[in-house]
Design a protein around this ligand. Structure first.
Ligand code: C5P
Length: 238
C-alpha cells in the first residue's frame, strides 16, 4: 500500500541517572509544576507533535516511569544505553523495520521541560522542507573565555556566529542513523545529534529559540524551571 505522508518520529532520551543533581531520584522524575520533569516535557512536545510516534529511552532499572504520564497514542519504551548517544542509537535501531529513510526524527532531551510551543512550531515548519536537518539554538550573549588547565583565562573567544545548541534537533532517519553509526565506530565525540551530522560533512540549520529552554542539570535549575514555566503560563494567558 502507498504511504500518503511520512511518519514523524520523536525520540526522548530519558535514560540518564542525573548524578550531577545528587537527588534521590533521576532528574527526569523530580517534581516540577505539580508533575514530573518528564511529564512536563512530554506534554509540551504533544502540543505541537501530537501525531508523532514516540520512543522514550529509559534505563532498564527505572522503576519511576509512569505510563500514565505519556499523552501520545503511539509510543514505546526503549531500553537506553550507557551514554545519551547510545540511547538515541538504540531507539533508531528499534524502529529500523518501520521507519522510512526520509522520515523525520526529532530528538528532544527529557531534561528540557521548558521548550516553548512557538519554538517547536517554527522548528517543525523548517524541518518540513529542510533536507539536512535543523536544531533549536540560542545565540551566545555572554563574553566567552577560553581557560587553561588552572582556570586562568587564556583568551577571549569571539562571540560572532557562536550559538548554544539546544534540543529538539531533527533529521531524516537514514542520515541520522548513518551519522550516529559512523560517530560511534570512529570515536567522534557526540554531545548532541547535530555533531554526528557535522562529522559527516553536513551543516544543519540553526533555528533561533528561547534562552529559557534550559536543561535541568544542577539542583538550582529546577527552581529556575519552575519560574520559567510559571512565567510562560502567565504570558500565554495574556
Ligand atoms: O546528562 P545529560 O543532561 O546530558 O542528558 C541529556 C538527556 O539524555 C537526558 O534527558 C538524559 O536522561 C538522557 N540520557 C539518556 N541516556 C544516557 C544518558 C542520558 O537517555 N545514558
Amino acid at each position: 500500500m502507498m504511504k500518503t505522508s511520512k511518519a514523524l518520529w520523536l525520540i526522548v532520551p530519558a535514560a540518564g541517572r542525573g548524578t550531577r543533581m545528587a537527588a534521590q531520584r533521576p532528574k527526569q522524575y523530580l517534581p516540577l509544576a505539580g508533575r514530573t520533569v518528564l511529564s512536563c516535557t512530554l506534554a509540551r512536545l504533544h502540543e505541537v507533535f501530537p501525531e508523532a510516534r514516540l520512543c522514550v529511552c529509559l534505563d532498564d532499572t527505572d522503576t519511576w516511569f509512569d505510563p500514565a504520564a505519556v499523552p501520545f497514542t503511539d509510543w514505546r519504551r526503549i531500553t537506553g544505553g550507557p551514554e545519551r548517544v547510545d540511547s538515541v542509537m538504540l531507539a533508531l535501531d528499534a524502529i529500523a523495520d518501520e521507519a522510512e529513510d526520509d522520515d523525520l526524527v526529532v530528538v528532544h532531551d527529557a531534561a528540557r521541560p521548558c521548550v516553548r510551543s512557538d519554538d517547536l512550531q517554527r522548528l517543525k515548519a523548517v524541518l518540513a522542507t529542510e533536507p539536512v536537518g535543523a536544531v533549536l539554538a540560542a545565540p551566545v550573549a555572554d563574553t566567552m573565555k577560553r581557560a587553561d588547565a588552572n582556570e586562568r583565562i587564556r583568551h577571549t573567544e569571539s562571540r560572532d556566529h557562536l550559538w548554544h545548541a539546544l534540543t529538539p534537533q531533527g533529521f531524516r532517519y537514514r542520515l541520522l542513523h548513518d551519522a550516529l553509526t559512523y560517530a560511534l565506530r570512529s570515536g567522534v565525540p557526540v554531545t548532541d545529534d547535530a555533531s554526528a551530522i557535522e562529522a559527516m560533512g553536513h551543516s544543519p540549520q540553526l533555528v533561533s529559540g528561547g534562552r529559557d529552554n534550559l536543561k535541568i542539570t544542577h539542583p538550582d535549575d529546577l527552581m529556575l524551571a519552575e519560574l520559567v514555566l510559571a512565567a510562560q503560563a502567565e504570558s500565554y494567558r495574556k
